[in-house]
Design a protein around this ligand. Structure first.
Ligand code: UDP
Ligand code: MG
Length: 321
């Protein structure tokens, strides 16, 4: 179970309603890692699942001594479950993957091999094909990535949350202590040298995705507002455009008035009122998004709360060196 260098790999698995998938996915991961072979630990985070996920984890922990786990006190969302996992992980390299089988464990040897070659701190599995998704989700993801790339300046098309991070990268990630975390964006933000491994997204093993449309939209808004203040400047910019327009239109109206031919029609007034009204509301909304972010951060609440834990946090090599 150990390699020559005594390097420890941590595999972090955030789980939400994965009771039915976990055993098979974990077995596959263990099999793959033992075949390489490497020394590893599993860090499983139950993101407040309402089903039997925690029971499944408890059972797994009895069979796998290298498994440590935590149950969050409620559903905090995948991003925070990941943060909890990264904080718990003790490995020299940490691999983050989904617990639903959509991140194939067969990719682990390639990722580990690439990391061992040295020189890179982050190895990302890139989706060459997004798998079977609804049209809505494809269009949604497509337009989000387009906007995000433009606004934040980081390329993220095809990026997934299946990544290997070196200890250096994990520590850098954990040093960003905002409450509103966005794993994909923040791992891009921290920089470091990186390599890519392509993969095709297989079908979910069972159960259903824990991401509702609402959660996805919220992630998109958080993702954009967390990485760019451009929307705020756009409000100013559109204000300036309105101002120029109002000068031209004002001068035109005044000229007509002086010539004794005032602009006719109520329709123009109503249209202008509606236009300006909606514009103001949207602008307030945009400011509100940033204000809410400041409020969230300033409260300085803990990112997540842990209800239960399994396993002690000492590096497994301690006793068998
Ligand atoms: N997940 C989580 N908390 C949530 C939603 C999802 O920890 O609130 C986990 C889930 O168990 C899985 C991973 O995040 O391991 C990816 O979730 P899912 O498969 O539902 O997302 P999709 O693959 O559809 O993007
Ligand atoms: Mg999935």
């Amino acid at each position: 179970m150990r390699d020559d260098l005594g390097i420890l790999f941590s595999v972090v698995l955030p789980c939400y309603r994965e009771a039915g998938n976990l055993r098979e996915v974990v077995d596959q991961i263990c099999e793959t890692l033992e075949a390489i072979p490497v020394k590893y630990e599993l860090v499983v985070i139950d993101d407040g699942s309402p089903d039997m996920t925690w029971e499944a984890i408890t059972q797994l922990a009895q069979d796998i001594p290298a498994l440590r786990a935590a149950k969050l006190s409620r559903n905090f969302g995948k991003e925070l479950a990941l943060s909890a996992g990264l904080e718990m992980a003790l490995g020299d390299a940490v691999i983050v993957m989904d617990a639903d089988g959509q991140h194939p464990p067969s990719l682990l040897p390639t990722m580990i091999e690439k990391w061992r070659e040295g020189g890179v701190d982050i190895i990302e599995a890139m989706k060459v094909d997004r798998g079977r998704e609804s049209l809505f989700s494809k269009i949604g993801a497509g337009s989000f990535y387009f906007l995000w790339n433009r606004l934040s300046g980081f390329e993220m098309r095809g990026a997934s949350d299946y990544k290997l991070l070196s200890r250096k990268a994990v520590d850098a990630y954990l040093s960003l202590d905002e409450r509103n975390v966005f794993f994909r964006g923040m791992t891009a933000w921290i920089g470091f040298s990186r390599a890519h491994v392509p993969f095709e997204v297989p079908e979910r093993r069972g159960g259903s995705s824990g991401w509702s449309v609402f959660k996805r939209v919220r992630l998109a808004v958080d993702g954009i507002s967390g990485f760019s203040s451009l929307p705020l400047h756009l409000v100013t910019l559109s204000g300036v455009i309105f101002l120029i327009f109002s000068f031209i239109f004002g001068a035109y109206t005044l000229a007509l008035q002086i010539a004794g031919r005032s602009v006719s029609g109520f329709a123009t007034v109503i249209l202008l009122l509606l236009l300006i009204g909606s514009f103001l509301m949207i602008s307030l909304g945009i400011i509100g998004v940033y204000l809410a972010r400041i409020y969230e951060e300033i409260k300085h609440r803990p990112r997540y709360l842990i209800a239960q834990k399994i396993g002690d946090a000492s590096r497994p090599e301690a006793e068998d060196v």
